[in-house]
Design a protein around this ligand. Sequence first.
Ligand SMILES: Cc1cc2nc3c(=O)[nH]c(=O)nc-3n(C[C@H](O)[C@H](O)[C@H](O)COP(=O)(O)O)c2cc1C
Length: 218
Amino acid sequence: MAYYSIVEVCDREKKEKLALLCDNQPMIAKAPLVWIFLADAQKWLNYYHESGAVEKANDLPYRPIGLGDLHLALQDTIIAAHNAVIAAEALGLGSCYIGDVIENFEELSDLLHLSGSVIPGAMVIFGYPKTDNAVKPTPRCPVDSIFMKDSYREPHLKEMEAAYFEHEEQKRRIQSLPYENTGTLADFYYRRKHTSAFMREMNRSTEVMFRRWVEGDS
Ligand SMILES: Cc1cc2nc3c(=O)[nH]c(=O)nc-3n(C[C@H](O)[C@H](O)[C@H](O)COP(=O)(O)O)c2cc1C
């Protein structure tokens, strides 16, 4: 039971508009393949109503769509997106998630003609990877800093410093930490991401889309 749909954006003008809506990232318009993975309960609601399944089951109380459906549909959608990423890699293609697809929901919805309980879950652009290996991968956290057994242990300063030590060192080497490179990785992400305009917009837009998911178009 696929709780998702995929829109491939091919139209040049749409790709350009999409690039603007996704925090103005021109690489989106230039990408050879652009896929938007939508969490989609609407098609199932349509099926239940239009097939008469709802009417036939009049012994059952009608259950409106809710946040549980949303959570499950997002899992489905993101699994589909990541399978596409892995398949692309196996074919020697490159891919990049575009998190900014959850911004500007109203305009995205108009652009793609979304309605009812259909919202963006993920977006991936595909292309041909550079061969010069110019991009240094982000250091990974040590496994024991993210993997916990039997119960959750809330990480605090000591654990976070240990987990992100290498990442912080990499940023310090390329002189990209704030406060003239004397700052920490926390300073970097707090300034660059947590307090950014794009995160504010993601939060505004997500509130609108989650509300429409449960309320429909009405
Ligand atoms: C959820 C998610 C959203 C992302 N959104 C963007 C984006 O909007 N623009 C972008 O250039 N890269 C985006 N990326 C890619 C990251 O910036 C990064 O290049 C990529 O995850 C590779 O990182 P790695 O070095 O950790 O492997 C995103 C990655 C993830 C996982």
